[in-house]
Design a protein around this ligand. Structure first.
Ligand code: ZN
Length: 136
């Protein structure tokens, strides 16, 4: 291995020494203070999120209502920061930790499909970005 490189402990990919996240598997390298920084790329595998992990739900993603007259989409879920509580087979149960989204919300992550609940509703996976746990 050359100087200025480091190996990812998760997948053994060689990364630049200053990379803060593995380019192959998104493993987050702690810095010399032991802190982790996440990239602004969307989470690739939401099933690997664990209880206590924090994510940001990107606006304009996830389940929506399709206006049959205008074709406009109204997104159902509030964007913002969430703390993962439980990962289920088709989504994530999470607690809002932002200013405008407190309380528990189900973040759907399953297939993009028409909702069985009512007409013009579509279930669609949300776009998530990993964030650091906020310090309190
Ligand atoms: Zn890796």
């Amino acid at each position: 291995m050359g100087k200025g490189q480091k190996v990812c402990p998760e997948c053994n990919a060689v990364n630049g020494a200053r990379a803060y996240q593995c380019k192959v598997c998104d493993y987050a390298f702690p810095n010399k203070h032991g802190r982790i920084r996440y990239s602004k790329r969307p989470v690739r595998d939401w099933r690997e999120l664990k209880q206590g992990d924090c994510v940001r739900v990107v606006g304009g993603s996830g389940s929506y209502y399709l206006n049959p007259h205008t074709g406009e989409r109204t997104y159902m879920s509030s964007k913002g920061k969430y703390k993962v509580h439980t990962v289920t087979y088709n989504g994530i149960l999470a607690y809002g930790i932002g200013k405008n989204n407190t309380g528990c919300e189900f973040i759907y992550m399953g297939e993009h499909e028409k909702s069985s609940l009512c007409d013009n509703m579509y279930n669609a996976p949300h776009k998530l970005i990993r964030i650091n746990t906020p310090r309190r």
